[in-house]
Design a binder for this molecule. Sequence first.
Ligand code: 13P
Ligand code: SF4
Length: 302
Amino acid sequence: METKQIQKEIRQLIEEREAILLAHYYQRDEVQEIADIVGDSLALSIEAAKTAARVIVFAGVHFMAESAAILSPEKTVLLPRRDAGCPLADTVTPEALLEARKAHPRAAVVTYINSSAAVKALSDICCTSANAVRVVQSVSEDEILFVPDGNLARYTARFTDKKIIPWGGACPVHDEIDAGAVARLKQAHPDSPLAVHPECPPAVLALADFVGSTAGILRFVRESKAAAFLIGTEQGIFHRLRLENPGKTFLPASPSLLCETMKFTTLEDIRSSLKENRYVIRVPEETAAAARRTLERMTALS
Ligand code: 13P
Ligand code: SF4
């Protein structure tokens, strides 16, 4: 009852403030239930760029709200929890990237959207897990410094002749998935396809029947005739998987698929965010202008 009441209050506040609530698939179930759009990083950044709303409330992590602020500088972008960061994004700093650029002067820098605005501003083009191969193919250089997810970099390298230089970052959630345990799970469930996110380690990706972004995994499950699936990505996706596929069953590929910072945002945080206009995400214009070019180069390919 309390949950329903807060959800109702949030929807009223959204109307009053001419806002839109964007939520990532890893958000809590009760947040996904009332969002205007639930999506993967790519869909959410496209939506942030084109929405007519005056206020964007981002139920996700910091880099997502920052991307929205970069793409829609005239709008107010709110991140309900200031501390909702992405540990993968924190594995690359602008200083370290400048050093790496010097070390690889011929390389184009392709930067995963899970990165800060300052890092994007020093890059050539952004990508998400949904379009990394297309982005890499789109640049003219034959050498690519791929930042910051090393697993996604190595996975992308399988689909191109270009020389990919992976950064050493990893997502603590996906990188922890143990290939041995996944292989045993597959043996126990031979009729259940394994769908995983490309942030998983190469040994896990090698076992997968499907590798893709969160939206890609949802599409694969919708289109598959199988009745049961093993899922190698953050557990928030189970809400959407069950909603879209009432007759199908899902097992996590690992028991610990929880992104803590994605789960920080509660309904109470979203309500306070709308009432008190917090936390406004601002990116200095010079950084925003450079970062915007890298994001727009990416969305132009979508
Ligand atoms: P998607 O781009 O697939 O939504 O993934 C975002 C993310 O943070 C994965 O850990
Ligand atoms: Fe970052 Fe990993 Fe969480 Fe995605 S799941 S937001 S990459 S820490």
